[in-house]
Write a new protein. Structure first.
Ligand code: SF4
Length: 80
């Protein structure tokens, strides 16, 4: 789950999302598909100039890195 005290940052450039669903498959605790526009949602994130940003705990890093790697348009960043 997202946590404001997590030390690792996850960034989603949401406007470029093609709705492929991979991030949800690899990191279901952190991602959902939006029924409104078919793009994914980074849970707990806040938007800043087109980038949706949240912090996660170390224990969630691995699966979010997998999501980032799987994203075909390369719009997920995991920054430790
Ligand atoms: S993997 Fe990338 S393109 Fe696919 S739904 Fe997630 S953020 Fe969007």
């Amino acid at each position: 789950m997202s946590d404001p005290k997590g030390r690792v940052t996850v960034i989603h450039q949401r406007d470029k999302c093609i709705g492929c669903h991979y991030c949800v498959e690899y990191a279901p605790a952190q991602w959902r598909m939006s029924k409104k526009d078919g793009k994914s949602v980074l849970l707990g994130s806040k938007e800043k100039k087109g980038f949706w940003i949240t912090r996660i705990h170390e224990s969630d890093v691995e699966e979010n890195k997998k999501a980032a790697k799987a994203c075909p348009v390369n719009i997920i960043q995991v920054r430790e």
